[in-house]
Design a protein around this ligand. Structure first.
Ligand code: ADP
Length: 473
């Protein structure tokens, strides 16, 4: 009988959690020991304002969670960190220079224009396989170069690597998350020095790459004193989507996944990148996955549409109960469909007003009540999901017989049913904490608590959780 426990720090773009994962003879159980919000902060920067992550508060919350985890489970084998992609902290001499920007900061608009003056979008895709999004790291870097910020740093660390650095003092770039920067060469899987040079950054900004499963090292003495234990930190699929894809409870390889939270990532798993012109035009990305798989997927503006709408209504003094709102939306006969990927929906602000405008432009009825907006959001997301899955299958030549929806959105029965209806495929929903499962299982394999392939890890999840099934109507 193999038993043991690990701790996962999982940082989403709206909330984070610390989870204890217990492995017991081929099954896994998760216990969330700490949850915290992750809200970017807008503040004045002299001539304009900037949207920043409160990264020290995130680190503090992670330490509080780790302290609770060590009390819960004194014999933790390791700690692993995953977080959202794209964003980074700049350091000099090991010290952080300013608060990291959120990818939703508007500075990237200028970054896109200036990047494409030096390297075309076509060339970027051929080199990195990464889909165009104005929020991509490569555009953030260019914006920081124009603002003369990049030159003040000697190291750039992506968010989970920054937290890992503060835990261990070891600066690395974990490969699955590094691939989201658009600066990894898709063929060599190494930093593209040529791309970095052409864009005016020095490749020495980026630390050495490590694979998921690499032991980074022991905790720094200050951290050890804080959390009360000496536990090694292990690199996992540190891009949260990479961990979520490990956490998809698929029984075979004929599946598509939708990791549905603030963002929704819809796609398939492939062995080799798909770099065709059709894939570029369809805006599909080839991100590195655990065990050298490729995550061929599309980023879709996910439940951000819902959470930002709720934020607007609550600012207006209308408190919202999400499960009740979803039920009210499900009781409606139908809803308007707009383009969920419209770039105007990315930034924080009055989301219902923007959705109303999108509906007008495509001659759809303008929703009036929160329930009508919610129905329109879910119809539009389901429509985007169904199209993304169909396109992923066609472009990659993958056979898809079932769609797995994982993450917070898998609790949304309306969204899952509409996705089944619009795709004509069965949907299996859950687990909610797929990302934490993926994080825990990669650590468990490193600690030799489980063995084997990705498929074997997925079988551990299937044995351990209850899933919801939706048939297309
Ligand atoms: P992230 O990790 O990106 O912060 P999550 O995977 O935690 O996001 O998903 C958050 C989303 O899940 C919320 O925006 C919300 O729409 C949805 N959600 C959370 N709880 C429920 C629930 N009880 N019913 C339906 N949807 C839910």
């Amino acid at each position: 009988m193999t038993r043991g426990a690990v701790a996962a720090i999982d940082l989403g773009a709206t909330s984070g959690r610390v989870v204890v994962g217990r492995i017991d003879d081929g099954t896994v159980r998760l216990d969330v020991v700490e949850r915290f919000l992750n809200n970017p902060v807008r503040c004045w920067e002299g001539s304009t304002d900037g949207l920043h992550w409160n990264v020290l508060e995130l680190f503090r919350s992670a330490l509080v969670g780790l302290r609770k985890a060590t009390i819960d489970e004194p014999d933790l084998r390791s700690i692993g960190i995953d977080a959202w992609g794209l964003d980074y902290g700049l350091l000099r001499g090991g010290a952080l220079l300013g608060n990291p920007y959120s990818h939703r900061d508007e500075r990237t608009i200028e970054g896109v224009r200036a990047t494409h003056e030096l390297v075309s979008q076509h060339e970027l895709y051929a080199a990195s396989g990464i889909q165009f999004m104005p929020i991509n790291t490569v555009y953030q870097f260019t914006a920081d170069r124009l603002a003369r910020r990049v030159h003040t740093g000697d190291t750039a660390l992506l968010m989970p690597d920054l937290i890992g650095y503060w835990l261990t003092g070891v600066p690395v770039a974990e490969r699955t998350n590094a691939s989201t920067t658009g600066l990894l060469d898709i063929h060599t899987r190494d930093w593209s020095t040529e791309l970095a040079n052409r864009l005016g950054f020095t490749a020495s900004l980026f630390p050495s790459l490590v694979e998921p499963g690499t032991v980074l090292g022991p905790l720094l003495p200050i951290v050890q004193a804080e959390i009360g234990g000496q536990i090694p930190v292990v690199a996992v699929g540190s891009h949260d989507t990479a961990s979520a894809v490990v956490g998809v409870p698929a029984l075979d390889d004929e599946f598509a996944y939708i990791s549905c939270g603030t963002w929704a990532l819809a796609g398939v798993e492939v062995e080799t990148p798909v770099l065709s012109e059709a894939a570029r035009i369809a805006n599909f990305t080839n991100e590195s996955g655990v065990d050298r798989r490729i995550r061929f997927l599309q980023n879709i503006t996910g439940l951000w549409l819902q959470s930002e709408s709720i934020r607007t209504w609550e600012r207006e003094g209308r408190p919202i109960d999400l499960p009740a709102l979803i039920e009210a939306a499900a009781a409606l006969p139908g809803g308007s469909v707009f383009d969920a990927n419209d770039a105007r929906l990315l930034a924080p602000g009055d989301m219902p007003a923007r959705i109303a405008q999108c509906c007008i432009e495509v001659n759809q009825p303008v929703p009036q009540t929160p329930a009508e907006f919610t129905r329109a959001i879910n119809e539009s997301l389901a429509d985007a999901f169904a199209r993304a899955v169909r396109t992923a299958a066609e472009l990659s030549g993958t056979s898809v017989k079932v769609i797995h929806i994982v993450g917070g959105g898998s609790q949304n029965a309306l969204l899952c049913q509409l996705t089944a209806d619009r795709s004509g495929l069965p949907v299996i929903a859950g687990p909610v904490e797929a990302t934490a499962f993926g994080n825990v299982l990669v650590q468990a394999r490193t600690a030799q608590l489980i063995s084997g392939s990705l498929e074997a890890m997925r079988a551990v999840i299937t044995r351990s959780v209850t899933l919801q099934h939706y048939k297309p109507r």
